[in-house]
Design a protein around this ligand. Structure first.
Ligand code: SF4
Length: 178
């Protein structure tokens, strides 16, 4: 299956601070999660993509947060530069790639104003998480693309292989005397 993956999760230094968010080195991910992630990366066709870089933003760049997540959208940097157009172009480019390649599932970085799927920062730059999704995730989900984040590797695995639960159960029952 084809999977769109945030470039920073794959170790590319495309984050706003010039760093990456490689799952392989993430101390909050368990060994099992990393192993499962590596299995998925090896068994499927991976499309690495960074919406913000695609939208014309440089790396490193100033941190940005969503001020308005409904129309008219507004995304701005900490110093007040309006970068909405870059985020919208990045989201549109991501969706275009998915449509061209028939990609229906994505693994994207949590909390990002582009890629987040389960909470975003509230626009005050005070590290306050609020319910909501990033601009790219919003567009992808509106177009039927299923988005997971790096803390949802097991859910992603189950989505890719619905038989996984039954197989795990069968394996765990092996050798048991009933
Ligand atoms: S836009 Fe997405 S892929 Fe790019 S650095 Fe941010 S979280 Fe990673």
């Amino acid at each position: 299956m084809k999977i769109l993956v945030s470039s920073c999760l794959l170790g590319e230094d495309v984050r706003y601070d010039g760093e990456n968010s490689a799952i392989a080195y993430n101390t909050s991910s368990s060994f099992g999660e990393k192993e499962l992630f590596m299995d998925i990366m090896c068994e499927h066709s991976i499309y690495s993509f960074c919406p913000e870089v695609s939208g014309g933003l440089s790396t490193p760049r100033e941190a940005a947060e969503i001020i308005s997540s409904t129309k008219p959208f507004k995304i701005q940097t900490k110093s007040g530069e309006n970068v909405t157009i870059n985020f919208l172009i990045g989201a549109k480019n991501t969706l275009e790639l998915c449509k061209e390649e028939n990609i229906t599932v994505a693994l994207l970085k949590s909390k990002s104003p582009s890629c987040g799927n389960d909470g975003i920062y509230d626009g005050t730059f005070g590290h306050n998480l609020v319910p909501g999704v990033g601009i790219t995730t919003k567009l992808l989900e509106e177009n039927g693309i299923k988005v997971f984040n790096e803390k949802q590797i097991h859910e992603l695995a189950k989505h890719l292989n619905p038989q996984l639960d039954k197989m795990s159960l069968a394996n765990s029952l092996k050798g048991l005397k009933l």
